[in-house]
Design a protein around this ligand. Sequence first.
Ligand code: SAM
Ligand code: SF4
Length: 352
Amino acid sequence: MTLVEIGIPAVRARRPSLDGRPDTPYLLDRFGRVARDLRVSITEKCSLRCTYCMPEEGLPEIPRHELLTPDEIVRLVALAVRELGVREVRFTGGEPLMRRDLEQIIAGCHQRVPEIPLAMTTNGVGLEHRAHALAAAGLHRVNVSLDTVDRAGFAKLTRRDRLDSTLAGIRAARAAGLAPVKVNAVLMRETLSGAPDLLRWCLDAGCELRFIEEMPLDADHEWARANMVTAAELLDVLGAHFDLTATDRGDPSAPAEKWLVDGGPAAVGIIATVTRKFCDTCDRTRLTADGMLRSCLFSDEEFDLRQPLRSGAGDDELATIWRGAMWNKWAGHGIDAEDFVPPERTMGAIGG
Ligand code: SAM
Ligand code: SF4
């Protein structure tokens, strides 16, 4: 199987150009944005097969020797924080809980950069058994993906009958103090009518729910602009059951717009990546499980950190590659453009 077949771009630029870049340690790009939020994907494996993300058979395995080790991840996270101004780190995948050494990765990062909040995006399957150990290792908070509380609907969308495990994972995360526990739900036509039930469940469980517009990053390439559920449609559905009041989103780089539910204080968020794109305030930088830097979810341009890392590059050299990768970040995705082409790497191989 070739790299292209597993959704990994075949062409990787060697060293990014630093032409015109001012002398600053931070991850600045040509449009004046500074990346402070690092997403680290640590595996392509997953316990679910969400239709908007993974193919039914799962993503083909990344050869083990290409996966970053815990020590390598810790070194790169520490470099990002100490040298490049990263202020928040989130582990994602695939499903991060599929890595048995997750606690070791978290503990290593927490030891090196104790001042930085460490977060994880997870489907919650099996979290019930690891939430306490992860909190003890230094994990601060989790976002759990849950699209519906209807068992049959969950099984259909994720192709696995694991709703109970995800719900138990959410409860365990709260009990372990991984707060706030946020719930992420991708807006899909099949689950739209269940959105009010999901919101009610989250309100009862004390979790903040955020809906996310579906992006063209599914491995099956089924996404269609004409068929996707928009934030506006969701507001109509929720508005029939709850009194929603728009609020100020506060931090301008926070992607979720928020509505108070029935006068508050509880709120529901919507991340309208497609219909209200927020690329001009994007502050993300991404590292893939096989050690490639990505400046944008939608770009096929990747810069290899693993090879120099394993050939003895010093921190200065790695930091220069990282700065260059972000300096060359483009203005934003063109999902609405007629000639839009989805990236080769799909969501499960990038991390949300
Ligand atoms: N397995 C973990 C999980 O599901 O939370 C982490 C990885 S998953 C790729 C990260 C986030 O991306 C999840 O919240 C998931 O719902 C979201 N996601 C996956 N495919 C998506 C798509 N096509 N559009 C929008 N969000 C998507
Ligand atoms: Fe797995 Fe997360 Fe993708 Fe669902 S969204 S298939 S849980 S990686």
